[in-house]
Design a protein. Sequence first.
Lengths: 354, 457
Amino acid sequence: MLESDIRSILKCVRCGACRSVCPVFEEVGWESAGARGRMLVAQGISQGLEVGSGVLESLNTCTTCGLCRQMCPSGADPTGVVESLRHELVSQGKMTDSQAKLHKKIISSSNSLGDVSDKKKWLGERITEVRKTAEYVYFVGCLGAYRYPETAALTFDVLKQFDVTVLPDEVCCGSPLIRTGFDADDLIAHNMEQIRKVGAHTVITSCAGCYNTLKNDYPAGFDVIHVSEFLSEHLSELELKRLDLTVTYHDGCHLGRCNGVFDAPCEVIKAICDIKEMTTNRENARCCGGGGGVRSGYPDLSLALAKKRLAEVPEGVDYVVTSCPLCLKNLTEAGSDTDVIDLVELVALAMQNL
Amino acid sequence: MELITELQEIVGTNRVTAEPSELYCYSSDASQVRGTPDYVVRPKNTEQVSRILKLANKYGIAVTPRGAGTGLAGGAVALSGGVVLDLSGMNRILEVDIGNLQVAVEPGVVHAKLNEALNPHGFFFPPDPGSSAMCTLGGLIANRGSGMRSVKYGTIKNYVLDLEVVMAEGTVINTGSRTLKSSAGYDLNALMVGSEGTLGIITKALLKIHPLPKSRSLLLASFEGAEMAGKAVVRVLAGGIIPSACEILDRTTIEVLNAYDPNVALPDSDTIILFEVDGTKSGVQEEAEMVKSICKPFASSISIAADEQERNEIWTARRLVGAAISRLDPKMTRVYVGEDIGVPIKEIPNMLKRLRLISQKFDTQIMTYGHIGDGNLHTGMCIDVLDEKQWELLNRAADEIHRTAIMLGGTVSAEHGIGSARAEYMRLERGPALNVMAAIKHALDPKGILNPGKLGI
């Protein structure tokens, strides 16, 4: 175990402050399913606790939402310890079937959905508008390309008036692999090469997971911004009309709490319509349940977490807006009464010349 | 039939475990006490608890009740294996009865959730532990907890009207009544409050509630030394003012609070006393002025929190300071030992002086904070937990802190409980009264299945 992880484990005084905010613990109810329990499991492993199914389930039910790390009074980092331990156990061949399947799927198809079709199909006729080089590159992401092609196309349409292109051969950013304990070196190297070819100094993502990974797990060499940040900087050029709508905004954990992007999406929304906050928001926003491999490994748990998030949607809003396709998918599939849309869909509704 | 099968028949297969990693997670609370249970069971109702106790009593198996496991004395740690009864899932607020000034709750309700539910009614539940956001009411009752407002509002024992308790052999009793007072026989509420799960398992509680004060004011008085601050507190109390909170923060605590939340921005000083007064608007203004004038000869500066937001920020940070001290140094961790002494109010300056001497003697930094208004001082010590020498000094310092408190007519635990961490001091503190406790324990739990190894009995 890394010394930094051991130090983090030792920082935990087991006060239980994280226990009262961990969304997974709230749902499952067993100590091992909460941040404090995971720190204890980690300590147990360092002291010889056998890695069986209980240990794997404890570590793999964490959505890596980072709420425990954010509020830990002692300054411990349960999220970091969980990710680090997943990596260590995977390197020893200790993983769940679901982890193994996810790994196989991504390695064989280079995307998180195992889709072998053309990743640029969403472009349709727009393929002719794709520049070979540009200052900015729009990193579409696997969910954007395969599950939300219309949103991806809208994003491209909004961005194309600026010096923005897409990668000639984008592969999965590596987020699902890295979060579940695997290396994603080949995917990273491939995307790095693509970014170099395009010559972009900045990568624009529209997914919280891609953003987090490109920003924190890739070698230096380019800037990473979320599409909401790009749009908030170019509001005056977008010619947005005011819409008679009230929406709420769901902060994706890996964009908001883990990387501090809170203001940009709200500034874009406020330029278009009224916004009503969810019960928890910004640093304290409740997780949608989709991240950290929980969506693929524990789908029932993931949807139960999403339902709890939906219970925080305020009365009288027309849309739940989010900036992450994984959050969008999870919240939608959990049966949201209010339509869940991507921020760019809202922008497209307000753009007069789109 | 195997015990696990019998337990599963009572609570269902998904609410019993003997999985090693789960047992490991239940082998500690926030103290240094360790003990691994054989099973963890998560009952959903009183009937299940009763059936579990009947079973445990039949086989002579230890049962250790547990709430959120935030205790600081090992009270929820199974020292003799057996069953840990995780009651945190019994977390419903059953009734908010404003007309009768009471609420009915299950033991797993988290303290802060009760106040969230009461706030819209203009009421609150006054005991205010630092662990409000995570501790359960069952644990608070079982440990006779209190917190920052006990100087004016008393401890949990002043708020328990009735408890539903499952006794060792499975019988369910009620210890009180729905009335706000009762003279009917022995005060079994008082017996169960603070019994740490050694006499019965609390499955429901009827608690008295209090109207929210119309106004609050928070004064921050800075002093050049803890003893000077202690004198000011004694004068304020003797002057006829009972603040709704009266907290001491020493230099280290101030540093920790400012580091934890820079918005708090406490003045740089040796010692701060937070005086909160509450009541009607005019009464609060008058009392705040009185506190100010009494403190003036002792204090280096006095200020008043500007508004509710500033007050809330200070209190929120204060509640978490016990753990936040670990942030001061990447290699240091707060260890909860000797952290909950109480002394008679007039002995506070003396105790503070002795704490300083103990700190020097054992070369261990002792952060002091806590409810100085009721004589309850929390001492915070941080060590590199990988350094055995520091452990030894820490434990020796804690031992001396405990013995000093007893010598001054105080207690080794004002609100956190005895568990097993402080059991060795019970004879010294309580003398022959410990024999009476043992006799009561034996009468109610002859097989000794309920939380064995606790309270020094």
